[in-house]
Ligand binder design. Structure first.
Ligand SMILES: *[C@@H]1O[C@H](CO)[C@@H](O)[C@H](O)[C@H]1NC(C)=O
Ligand SMILES: *[C@@H]1O[C@H](CO)[C@@H](O)[C@H](O)[C@H]1NC(C)=O
Ligand SMILES: *[C@@H]1O[C@H](CO)[C@@H](O)[C@H](O)[C@H]1NC(C)=O
Ligand SMILES: *[C@@H]1O[C@H](CO)[C@@H](O)[C@H](O)[C@H]1NC(C)=O
Ligand SMILES: *[C@@H]1O[C@H](CO)[C@@H](O)[C@H](O)[C@H]1NC(C)=O
Length: 296
């Protein structure tokens, strides 16, 4: 009898815990999400953004953030593209290291690599930002400060921030192209140099010494400012009503930076429409804009 009750408890307790982990908005300390077919992601309060695992193939999952309420479920951030997580992998919130992604054998695939104290919860926000915070709401980490290939309205990039294209449409490994606000203030697009190919920027704002922050603002414009917040350079020009459209700007695998919008109405038949794209200018025009950086 006692062992039967214990048996029931052993079955029930993990169920209760996983139900808690899937509550809207928050992943609390010690809880985890599991990469499998049953697992549901963590949703933002509005339900518009989700954090969790996306199946990329048989038993291969990508830890990602995506637009949840549209058919395409477009991914805007991801981490383990070159080391996909096998079935049964877990991402757990720890008090000191933040998020830790491990496979079923306990091998670590990725972590947020923090050295913090007292992390208490992780939350998927309605902006698309995913944060790790203490019980007193101090943020130690957020996905907006560590973009992959996409930026969203209200996101900002500071000096040395890198947006990196993925390898191919459905391959989330690192690609060759980089959009970067260099430490010298110049905002550039370039291909990563290889031992055989020297690189130079194929697009640049030429704002060395002045560029300080890239802003994707609430009305959908992307622009560069100086240290005092003065507008230096408009990267995109469209003003888009964010109340009726989802938006994203992405450095695509072909090296072109594009801005897309999508109607928010769930039953809309139209998908993403491009509203802006950076043309491929002559590479020679931007000689010597590239500031070498150590890639690892
Ligand atoms: C997440 O948990 C924190 C701390 O308990 C709370 O203040 C916050 O409102 C929660 N957020 C959501 C989206 O539930
Ligand atoms: C974490 O921070 C503490 C206190 O600053 C330090 O003593 C410790 O060596 C750090 N650990 C790692 C792994 O960096
Ligand atoms: C993505 O491309 C890289 C580079 O070619 C390759 O090594 C990797 O296996 C690909 N990943 C997938 C999931 O196909
Ligand atoms: C966004 O930036 C543009 C260009 O600087 C500006 O005209 C617009 O008012 C800004 N919108 C918001 C909501 O700040
Ligand atoms: C789409 O959804 C909206 C609001 O949910 C509704 O008002 C509208 O009638 C729907 N349109 C169609 C074609 O179903």
């Amino acid at each position: 009898m006692a062992s039967a009750i214990l048996g029931i408890l052993l079955v029930l307790v993990p169920l209760l815990l996983s139900a808690e982990a899937q509550a809207r908005g928050n992943l609390t300390l010690g809880n985890s999400l599991t990469a499998n077919d049953q697992n549901s992601p963590l949703l933002s309060l509005s339900g518009e953004f989700a954090f969790g695992f996306r199946k990329m193939g048989q038993g291969a999952h990508l830890l990602a953030i995506w637009f949840e309420m549209i058919e395409e479920k477009t991914i805007v951030w991801s981490v383990n593209g070159d080391d996909l997580a096998p079935e049964g992998s877990k991402v757990q919130l720890t008090a000191n290291r933040g998020l830790v992604l491990t496979d079923p054998r306990g091998r670590e695939l990725w972590s947020s690599n923090l050295n913090a104290t007292g992390l208490a919860y992780a939350a998927m926000l309605d902006t698309g930002n995913f944060i790790l915070a203490s019980a007193s709401h101090v943020n130690s980490w957020d996905s907006f400060s560590r973009p992959t290939d996409t930026i969203l309205p209200t996101q900002q990039l500071d000096l040395d921030a890198v947006v990196r294209a993925r390898y191919y449409e459905m391959n989330y490994s690192n690609g060759r192209f980089i959009f970067r606000l260099q430490t010298n203030g110049n905002l550039v697009l370039y291909a990563i140099p290889t031992p055989l190919v020297v690189s130079d920027a194929y697009w640049a704002t030429g704002t060395r010494g002045n560029g300080f922050r890239l802003i994707f603002n609430q009305s959908g414009q992307v622009y560069l400012t100086d240290r005092n917040g003065k507008l230096l350079n408009k990267v995109t020009s469209e003003e888009v009503p964010t109340s009726v459209f989802y938006q994203r700007a992405i450095l695509e695998y072909d090296g072109v930076f594009r801005q897309y919008i999508h109607p928010k109405m769930a039953n809309s038949s139209s998908g993403w429409a491009m509203v802006w794209s950076m043309v491929f200018p002559s590479p020679f025009k931007y000689m010597h804009e590239y500031e070498p950086r150590y890639w690892y």
